[in-house]
Design a protein around this ligand. Structure first.
Ligand SMILES: NC(=O)c1ccc[n+]([C@@H]2O[C@H](COP(=O)([O-])OP(=O)(O)OC[C@H]3O[C@@H](n4cnc5c(N)ncnc54)[C@H](O)[C@@H]3O)[C@@H](O)[C@H]2O)c1
Ligand SMILES: [Zn+2]
Ligand SMILES: [Zn+2]
Length: 368
């Protein structure tokens, strides 16, 4: 079938919205009609050429939600008409990692996905016979996409898809960091560095876990205001003295749980240093620049602090994204506050500009 999609032709150049050919889903694959898709930093990171593993031409986009149109042979967990959220982090439910509660890093299709192919090593996207690669196994800046069944979370049909799409990446990453990676305990003190989509999600996750105190740190007053709306009890301005300020707020000890959601390695270090001696856990969510390293004075570790990293918030996507969406539907998560702009697919580059200008939290492409 013919579809319209936003293609990354050349790094550093705007995406080009054009007509492509999309082949039918093969065995284990699903054809999804996209209804909404968020614009995330990872799309821009790849489009800019900064991502060392990037490739082109490819169709970007990974924060998608839509409706199943048709399924290939052997697909049993979703059917035509189901509402789905796309998962760049799949869940096969069979590999060693999927069977272990300690991680969400499914091993099933990692290699092919990383190179832009579907699990059988080919693409469904093409243009005049030339293969166009998939991106993050999702390629959701498109009217339709073909994805592996194991990379789709079936969610309630009651959830508006222009909200549900945020659970495909940023929001789940933040919520999950608090709920599944750190497993924040009720009554705890938490600190969240960064109040973008991921940090605000972490604030909400700490609140859902019953944290007593949630300190949010950011450079923008506007974003700190949003953090209070998600449950932050304290808001402080970021900078070199952030650790000192946090120690001042916590009797000199630091917090039970800290979260980094900025991508800045100096802030990651602050997250470690503001975690409490004895048991403080610092969870790193941000993606650092190529070659950057995190500096930790070992004394912080010897005295009982721990560091964890979190990819997609530790969320096992097919099982847990539907649960998170249900909590949104139950009124426990205010997702509306995150959708700042609605765009058409043709405006996708405007989504990048808004993100670079930190104008709003998320721009969502509406395919309707
Ligand atoms: N681990 C994952 O699976 C995953 C998934 C999605 C995004 N990410 C990463 O998470 C990070 C955050 O993503 P986002 O979409 O929320 O980004 P964002 O740019 O919207 O938010 C980052 C926030 O950090 C704040 N900030 C910058 N410097 C600061 C400082 N010194 N102190 C305090 N706050 C500071 C900014 O003001 C901004 O509000 C990025 O690095 C992104 O690549 C990781
Ligand atoms: Zn993302
Ligand atoms: Zn797996």
């Amino acid at each position: 079938m013919k579809i319209r999609a936003a293609v990354l032709e050349e790094f550093g150049a705007p995406l080009e919205v054009q007509e492509l050919e999309l082949a039918e889903p093969k065995a284990g694959e699903v054809l999804v009609r996209l209804v909404a898709c968020g614009v995330c930093h990872t799309d821009l990171y790849t489009a800019s050429g900064a991502d060392p593993s990037g490739y082109s031409p490819t169709v970007l986009g990974h924060e998608g939600a839509g409706v199943v149109e048709r399924v290939g042979d052997g697909v049993s967990s979703v059917a035509s008409g189901d509402h789905v959220v796309t998962l760049f982090s799949p869940q096969c439910r069979e590999c060693e990692h999927c069977r272990d509660p300690r991680t969400n890093l499914c091993l099933a299709i990692r290699e092919q996905q990383g190179q832009g192919y579907l699990p059988d090593g080919t693409t469904r996207l093409s243009r005049d016979g030339e293969a166009i690669r998939h991106f993050m196994g999702t390629s959701t800046f498109a009217e339709y996409t073909v994805m592996p069944e194991i990379a789709l979370a079936k969610v309630s049909r009651e959830a508006p898809l222009d909200r549900a799409c945020l659970f495909a990446c940023g929001l789940s990453t933040g919520l999950g960091a608090a709920m599944y990676t750190a497993r924040v305990e009720a009554g705890s003190t938490c600190v969240v560095f960064g109040a973008g989509m991921v940090g605000l999600g972490a604030v909400a996750g700490c609140r859902l876990q019953g944290a007593d105190r949630i300190v949010c740190v950011d450079l923008s007053d506007e974003r700190l205001r949003l953090a209070r709306g998600q449950g932050a009890t304290d808001a402080i301005s970021g900078g070199p003295d952030a650790v000192e300020q946090i120690l001042g707020l916590t009797d000199g000890f630091g917090a039970d749980y800290t979260f980094e959601a900025t991508g800045n390695v100096a802030v990651m270090r602050q997250a470690v240093e503001s975690a409490r001696m004895g048991w403080g856990l610092a969870t790193v969510c941000g993606v650092a620049g190529k070659g950057e390293t995190l500096d930790i004075v070992p004394r912080f570790l010897i005295t009982g602090r721990r560091v964890a990293g979190s990819s997609f918030g530790g969320v096992k996507g097919r099982d847990q994204v539907p649960q998170l969406v249900d909590r949104y539907l139950a009124g426990e998560i205010d997702v509306d506050a995150f959708v700042s702009h609605k765009l058409t697919l043709d405006d996708v580059n405007r989504g990048f500009e808004l993100m670079e200008a930190q104008d709003g939290i998320r721009s969502v492409i509406d395919f309707a």
